[in-house]
Design a protein around this ligand. Sequence first.
Ligand code: RB5
Length: 153
Amino acid sequence: MKIVIGNDHAAVEMKQEIMQYLLGKGIEVLNVGTDSRESYDYPRAGFQVARAVAAKEADCGIAICGTGIGISLAANKVQGIRAFACSEPYSAEMAKRHNDANVLCFGARVVGIELAKKIVDAYLDAKFEGGRHQRRVDLIMDIERNGGLSPES
Ligand code: RB5
């Protein structure tokens, strides 16, 4: 498995620790965003993570900013991306099981490193359930493709 991970200036240490955590699990990591504490605009990092996932350069993405919110908003602007901001493991698990989410986002100013690892594990260990959830994900992607839902959707 290969994961792209990216961040802004608020999440440099958090990204480094999560990267080490993933490498320790034998997961390949693509590092984007910034490794400096200099101000770095989170939409750039969100876009880099999302672009790598959409281009299938990685199986999924992890994007971290101060809150997880701005970077998830930016990532969701890329076609094919279902990013979510999350601060506990249950939602991370369900985002994979029901929403087939492909970019996990969280806030380095919101969660501590041990909780962040639990969130990452919950997301990575879960499997998309398909079935009625596939239909709903397809509807989301219809909205993205067509700018809305047709009456027959
Ligand atoms: C940067 O100060 C902060 O705005 C950013 O990390 C993020 O929280 C935005 O949503």
